[in-house]
Design a protein. Structure first.
Length: 297
């Protein structure tokens, strides 16, 4: 099989139609250049170049072979550049898990920053609750998780990347919706849509502690896992709710959002999580160049 070096020699001669200029272009002398062309013709079993004392021309076979030679050489150069980019993390795939709430709070900024910084790294998204993400990180199914800080597991590293406030979500026309802001105490003895203690444990425990601190005792009328489901139930008039402020970007009809005082400042936390022994170069670039060392707030 012919070498890439012989292809380069043939292309130079074919384009210059002069062995002297082609040799100069390749920084070599004419004798080894002539030998490269002869060896290539021998390997192909056809004559590519007609050479006389007065001129150099391509044969019909040489003319037909030139575009393929250029294509082969270009592909080989591209392949070398591509394979070198993988260890540097400029090229590859990062499988990212996210919760429904993080899709509004963090995910859009992550994807935008990744497109700008690492346009040739593919982000493969998987929607999972936090507990499932931890299992997927442990098994290697995920490279990166966007999780709530409720679980720790040996070998999984985490870093806070976002904090936000809680806001009240009320059905339009609710008497409390007329107020500019609410307090946690306003939830006392009110029908409230609550987070599941199993599948949305982080938010469940956060709200339990928030209500307990001020002595409020809401009446929990339904338990759900996802914020968007909670807003649907609020819209239906089933009750009010406390949700992350990023939920406002969903713009649900007939749902009114109000800030809540007497709540700890930005209590809702989002962490990035990854396996400490993950050696995916693209993940390393995401962690170093895309995810902020300081939080997205």
């Amino acid at each position: 099989m012919f070498s890439l070096a012989r292809l380069s020699c043939f292309i130079a001669v074919a384009e210059e139609l002069h062995f002297g200029r082609a040799a100069e272009r390749l920084h070599m002398t004419q004798p080894p250049l002539s030998r490269q062309i002869q060896q290539l013709e021998s390997e192909l079993g056809v004559q590519l170049i007609d050479r006389t004392s007065r001129s150099v021309t391509l044969t019909a076979a040489g003319t037909a072979f030139l575009p393929d030679a250029r294509r082969i050489l270009s592909l080989s150069e591209s392949a070398v550049l591509t394979v070198r980019r993988v260890p540097a993390g400029d090229l590859g795939t990062v499988v990212v898990g996210f919760t429904g709430a993080s899709a509004h709070a963090v995910l859009p900024r992550l994807l935008e920053a990744a497109r700008d910084t690492l346009p040739d790294v593919k982000i493969d998204l998987r929607e999972m609750v936090t507990s499932v993400q931890i299992d997927a990180l442990t098994s290697g199914e995920l490279d990166l998780g966007l999780i709530r800080p409720i679980l720790t597991r040996p070998g999984i590293d985490t870093r806070p990347i976002h904090h936000e406030n809680l806001v009240a979500a009320l059905p339009q026309g609710h008497p409390l919706a007329e107020q500019d802001h609410l307090t946690v105490e306003d939830f006392d003895d009110q029908p409230v849509v609550m987070y599941s203690p199993v599948d949305a444990r982080y938010f469940h425990e956060l709200l339990i502690s928030t209500f307990t601190i001020v002595g409020a005792s809401p009446r929990y009328v339904q338990y759900v896992t996802q914020v968007h489901t909670m807003l649907v139930l609020v819209r239906s008039g089933l009750g009010m709710a406390l949700v992350p402020e990023s939920a406002q970007t969903m713009h649900p009809e007939d749902v009114v959002f109000r800030p809540v005082t007497s709540v700890r400042d930005r209590p809702v936390q989002m962490n990035a999580a990854w396996r400490a022994d993950n050696r995916n170069p693209a993940l390393q670039r995401i962690m170093n160049d895309v995810l902020p060392q300081h939080e997205w707030n």
